[in-house]
Design a binder for this molecule. Structure first.
Ligand SMILES: Cc1ncc(C[n+]2csc(CCOP(=O)(O)OP(=O)(O)O)c2C)c(N)n1
Length: 341
């Protein structure tokens, strides 16, 4: 689908080179953290779910750069890059992966289930597919009620576009003309289900028609295109244009999680998408000098080494911590058996 021709504003300009270098840094940081985490998982140091954004870094970084400071972001398991851009540090990420007492959730919950609405605008992710759409519609509505011009941005996978929550949340946002931007991160597979078994549509953005909202399709492996398209959706949403749907095509370069070798994916697809690697493409577009590349590499390695060391040396949470911070009111989780009440 093409943008509405009649009232299309000019495409937002690319950020200056210094900002593009920061985008490159965040893409490299995301990938290095991801690769280190997978190595640590194989060593048994990280247990439980670990989800990769390998090959999808451009979507997270480009879209997060398109937001303004006070905006809300609802990430997915594959949006580590967006969470880093919003200000969560490698130490926070690693301690969360290691489930230590120093982590954002103080050792509780899934590796990606953290955020900080007040500090970074990141609304902690929950794993039920599509559920962040109504949650982020609620964030946009709350901001409007308070008279704040904040935009809410969230992501769904191709699989999540088949859920009721996606339809209900987006339809509510459309009808209420809420400033909500939903990015479909179309990475070809929902676990082992290819997109061709998910929908008969050619482009998932065509679903925008069902809600009467604009729908766009872009290249999810081109960080500057991601930035420009998201920025435009964000600007339109903030100006009163209501909900926006943006489908970005990409590929999941690993299995769903470390236990999944993705044997159901034809090898040629991995080879084809490896040639479209978003980081290598951006390096070429930026015309990086060897010195610039080395400087980013050193900065990233130092930060990741520091994060791993900090996490490994951090204490485990004490048992009773499991009962704290689950609800606003801590007393709610203290279960009293009926015979003791
Ligand atoms: C409502 C719901 N149904 C099923 C699952 C189990 N599940 C977890 S991830 C996943 C596949 C997700 O695919 P997609 O939405 O395309 O995102 P991707 O993992 O490819 O980024 C499924 C079925 C879930 N978490 N929530």
């Amino acid at each position: 689908m093409s943008p509405k021709a009649s009232k299309a504003p000019p495409a937002p300009a690319d950020p200056p080179r210094a900002v593009q270098l920061e985008m490159y840094y965040f893409m490299r940081l995301t990938r290095t953290l991801d690769e280190r985490a997978h190595a640590l998982h194989r060593q048994g140091k990280i247990v439980g779910g670990l989800f990769s954004s390998l090959g999808q870094e451009a979507i997270s970084v480009g879209s997060a750069f398109a937001l303004d400071r006070g905006d809300y972001l609802g990430p997915l398991i594959r949006n580590l890059g967006a969470v880093l851009v919003r200000g969560h540090t490698p130490r926070e990420v690693m301690t969360q992966y290691f489930a230590r007492a120093t982590s954002p959730t103080r050792g509780k919950d899934n590796s990606q289930h953290f955020g900080d609405v007040r500090r970074t605008g990141v609304v902690a992710y929950i794993s039920m597919l599509g559920t962040m759409v109504p949650v982020m519609a609620g964030m946009a509505l709350a901001a409007r009620i308070r008279g704040e011009r904040r935009v809410a941005l969230t992501y769904v996978g191709d699989g999540a576009t088949s859920t009721g929550d996606f339809y209900e949340g987006l339809n509510f946002a459309a009808v209420q003309r809420l400033p909500l931007v939903v990015i479909i991160e179309n990475n070809g597979y929902a676990y082992s289900t290819p997109v061709s078994r998910q929908t008969l549509l050619k482009d998932l953005a065509e679903k925008a028609r069902a809600f009467g909202i604009p729908g766009y399709v872009g290249d999810g492996n081109d960080v500057l295109e991601v930035y420009r398209m998201t920025r435009r959706c964000v600007e339109d949403a903030r100006a009163g244009g209501g909900a926006q749907l943006l489908e970005l095509k990409t590929f999941r370069m690993r299995g769903h999680a470390p236990h999944d070798a993705a044997e159901y994916v034809p090898r040629e697809l991995f080879e084809e998408w490896a040639r479209k690697d978003p980081i290598e493409r951006f390096e070429r577009a930026l015309g990086l000098s060897p010195e610039e590349r080395r400087a980013v590499e050193e900065r990233v390695q130092k930060e990741v080494d520091d994060a791993v060391e900090f996490a490994e040396n951090s204490p485990w949470p004490e048992g009773p911590e499991a009962l704290r911070g689950v609800f606003e009111d801590d007393s709610l989780v203290r279960f009293t058996p009926w015979w003791e009440r």
